[in-house]
Write a protein that binds this ligand. Structure first.
Ligand code: ZN
Length: 127
C-alpha cells in the first residue's frame, strides 16, 4: 500500500478529513527513520517549508491534538506555557536542556533509580 494511503487512513481514523495539508503533515511526522520532538510552532514552520505554502496554526494544532488523543503522538509538558510533542510513543524518559531548549530521549536502562521521595523530605525540613 502506498504510504499516502496509510496517512489518509490514519487521518480518517482520528476523525479528520484527509486534506493535502494534513497528509503533508503526516509525512513530516511519521515518514522518517528517527522519531523527533517538536512544538506546534516548529511543525507549522516545517510543513510550510515542505509545501511552500503557509499552513494555519489552528490546522496544525487540531491535527496534532487529534493524533495525541488517539495515541499516535505523546505530549510532553515542559511548563504551563510550553509543550513538546513526541513521535516516539514508547515508554522513555527525557532530559530537557534549558540552554538549547532541546529534549533528549533517554532509555529506561540509561538511568539509575532516583530517590525522589527522600530528596523531597530533606527539602521540606528547611521550609
Ligand atoms: Zn522522546
Amino acid at each position: 500500500m502506498p504510504k499516502n494511503c496509510n496517512f489518509i487512513e490514519k487521518l480518517r481514523e482520528v476523525g479528520l478529513r484527509p486534506t493535502k495539508q494534513r497528509v503533508n503533515m503526516c509525512e513530516v511526522l511519521f515518514n522518517r527513520e528517527k522519531t523527533f520532538h517538536f512544538t506546534i510552532n516548529d511543525l507549522v514552520k516545517m510543513i510550510s517549508k515542505k509545501m511552500n505554502e503557509k499552513i494555519s496554526l489552528a490546522t496544525v494544532y487540531n491535527t496534532v491534538h487529534a493524533f495525541e488523543k488517539k495515541g499516535y503522538l505523546k505530549e510532553i509538558s515542559i511548563d504551563s506555557h510550553k509543550s513538546y510533542f513526541d513521535t516516539n510513543i514508547s515508554a522513555h524518559h527525557h532530559f530537557f536542556d534549558e540552554d538549547t531548549h532541546e529534549l533528549i530521549d533517554c532509555d529506561e536502562s540509561d538511568i539509575d533509580k532516583i530517590n525522589i521521595r527522600k530528596i523531597l523530605q530533606e527539602k521540606n525540613k528547611f521550609c
